[in-house]
Design a protein. Structure first.
Length: 184
């Protein structure tokens, strides 16, 4: 499996690499990817689920029970369902968001794509996403998979992480630069 040392060096990266290896061996990369997308949506849409993941007060057994109940509701494939149980039993449920991002990067690399993390103040419209993909494809020289997130704290604009390159065109950063320039 071709993954960068940076991904494998992190705890989440090791879990994501193991999940990807299993999904590849079982020819279920797309199914696992869809299940992880469903989990990412649930983390965004459900405050209770996000709290379950983040709370150190939820023990391993309780987390495993919650994950087992959640799997059928979200339509998770068996590999991802079992993987969630492993995360819970190992006390690593708080790593789920990072594991999802790392799996997406590994899967994109496997498909010959590069993954870009995109942070915007508001959700982007489909035509904006298409234009952004085209610009990033031109810049990277290959297909780009976008990992979209919304953070109103950037006020406006966009922040893109494409490989090791960071493109920060957020209003917050521009205001910070202006404030620094005005200080003298």
């Amino acid at each position: 499996m071709e993954t960068s040392g940076g991904i494998q060096a992190s705890l989440a990266g090791r879990y994501a690499s193991a999940l990807f290896g299993l999904a590849r061996d079982e020819r279920q990369i797309e199914a696992v990817g869809r299940s992880l997308d469903a989990l990412a949506s649930a983390l965004t849409d459900s405050r209770e689920f996000a709290e379950l993941i983040a709370s150190p007060l939820v023990g391993r057994k309780d987390a495993a029970k919650a994950f087992a109940a959640l799997g059928p509701q979200l339509g998770l494939d068996p590999i991802t369902g079992n993987f969630l149980g492993v995360l819970a039993r190992n006390g690593r449920k708080s790593e789920l968001r990072k594991i999802i991002r790392a799996f997406k990067r590994i899967a994109a690399e496997h498909r010959g794509e590069i993954s870009a993390e995109v942070l915007s103040a508001h959700p982007l419209k489909d035509d904006q996403v298409d234009a952004l993909k085209a610009q990033l494809r031109k810049r990277a020289g290959r297909d780009v998979t976008l990992d979209m997130a919304v953070d109103p704290n950037i006020l406006g604009g966009i922040v893109i992480k494409l490989g090791s390159e960071m493109i920060d065109a957020s209003i917050r950063t521009k205001l910070n630069r202006l404030a620094t320039a005005m200080k003298g």
